[in-house]
Design a binder for this molecule. Sequence first.
Ligand code: URA
Ligand code: SF4
Length: 283
Amino acid sequence: MTDIERQAALDEIGVEVAACTRCRLHQGRTRAVPGEGTAATEVVFVGEGPGVNEDRQGRPFVGQAGSLLDDLLASVLWSRDEVFITNVVKCRPPGNRDPEPDEIAACAPYLTRQLEALDPALVVTLGRFSMARFSPGARIGQVHGTFHAADIASGAARALTFCMYHPAAALHQGSLKQTLFTDMLGVPAALTEARAVRASAAPAPEPTTAAPAPEPASVPATDPVAETAPEASSPAGSSHDGPASDSVPLRAPETLVQPPSGEFETTTPADAEFDPASQLGLF
Ligand code: URA
Ligand code: SF4
């Protein structure tokens, strides 16, 4: 499929989503949020669902969580127009409640089709609802910052998936912000690995559905990937299956910027007990 055909498929899905009434979430929406970015990317970020700002603008991750996502992308020298960003549900759950299982199921075909059209090398999941699509049975407290083969039933049949906490979680629990930035440093290395997996023309990954918990490859932020993989790390290129010849050289993880830890302040009351692995809402 050419990038133009991929874009046409994404546009068609966007038109269907805008008019969709498959679940009750259509009733309260101002605008549906199909997702945005470039069809020429190797990397897809998947969040949970639109919030109030996204619902108003019809664009994903444009509120506070979105600005943190922008910062995370910038920390590995990427930008949102080099990737594709979407959500598990395309319409805002009222009051920012969790999406219900029947709503997730009703909306699933859109995400599956988007992934089939994009055929990404890497899917970065933001939060546990997204993670559940690509890493069934995984626990975010255990697998965040790691990657493994994506569940082929997700539509991303030839992708690795990299699990992260949801950026909105860090707005509630400040310590998670540092975790997000640390985990993000592993994303370019995961893309390099994903490219290697595809280049070796391995058969499509087995579904992970049967496994109670995936065994993620660890992604040490200090791994000197640049020495062994001289590919570009820019996720968007003119060639969908790999870097273009004029693409940006791989940025070694150690050159990536990590904001000083002093920048992170918790908004969680000091006496609050917070276990990121026992999830509420977006975590
Ligand atoms: N949170 C999400 O999960 N998705 C968005 O688009 C915005 C906030
Ligand atoms: Fe349709 Fe998904 Fe919106 Fe539900 S959330 S109405 S399934 S687009």
